[in-house]
Design a protein around this ligand. Structure first.
Ligand code: DX5
Ligand code: ZN
Length: 215
């Protein structure tokens, strides 16, 4: 298990984005998690391509872009050009998921598939050989600061045993409601990467919180 942290900038102070990025650059954060919401797939709108592009100029770590949008296949190249390194699309948003994942790889990025809390990990069996990351939502996507859904732990355990049977490295990332009290259980269940928004950015010392989340 890798024990990586991908802080979600959705909870950052947008008026001080430059400083927030510098803080993450100097911290033990591994990736920058960027939540893209279109107001259609999820009931909220966040930020888009120009903001990702601006962040990529200053961020010294891989950009982990989580697309919560319909028709994500239409935006693969624009996000690649904006600086995305890992591009994750929702299982529930892709009619032709296999093609979409292949297009992400062909565009030179790592490909991720995201599952909502109601989507079973068993549905991923046929796409596992084509993904680098599986992102398990542990809240319903759309907002930061929500309560962790405890059933997500069982999904991580199941997914870990599925991945261990595939002859390929696939990272398990978990997103939503993660804090200092549930992080150890999630790593123990088999997660490699934890996303944390509220827990990091509402902390007195965000860099120290990132460090503690890894322990
Ligand atoms: C939710 C987003 C998450 C969110 C996590 O739709 O995908 O990445 O920002 O925020 P916290 O850690 O506050 O639940
Ligand atoms: Zn996210």
């Amino acid at each position: 298990m890798k024990k990586m942290i991908s802080p979600s900038l959705l909870s950052a102070n947008f008026l001080e984005l430059g400083r927030e990025i510098e803080m993450l650059n100097e911290s033990e954060a591994d990736w920058f998690h960027l939540d893209i919401m279109d107001g259609v797939f999820v009931p909220n709108i966040s930020f888009g391509i120009p903001v990702v592009k601006a962040i990529s100029r200053k961020a010294a770590k891989p950009l982990d872009v989580h697309l919560m949008i319909v028709n994500p296949d239409r935006y693969i190249l624009p996000f690649r050009d904006a600086g995305a390194n890992i591009l994750s699309v929702h299982y529930e948003a892709c009619i032709h998921l296999h093609r979409c994942l292949q297009q992400i790889k062909e565009a030179g990025m790592k490909a991720g598939v995201v599952i909502n809390p109601h989507t079973g990990v068993n549905l991923l069996k046929d796409v596992l050989p084509y993904v680098d990351v599986v992102l398990v939502m542990s809240v319903n996507p759309g907002f930061g600061g929500q309560q962790f859904i405890p059933q997500s732990i069982q999904k991580i355990i199941e997914l870990r045993s599925m991945i261990d049977k595939v002859d390929k490295e696939v990272l398990i990332e978990v997103d939503g409601g993660i804090n200092l009290s549930n992080a150890p259980v999630l790593f123990q269940a088999g997660a490699d990467v934890l996303v944390a928004g509220n827990a990091v950015f509402s902390a007195k010392d965000p860099a120290q919180t990132i460090k503690l989340l890894k322990q």
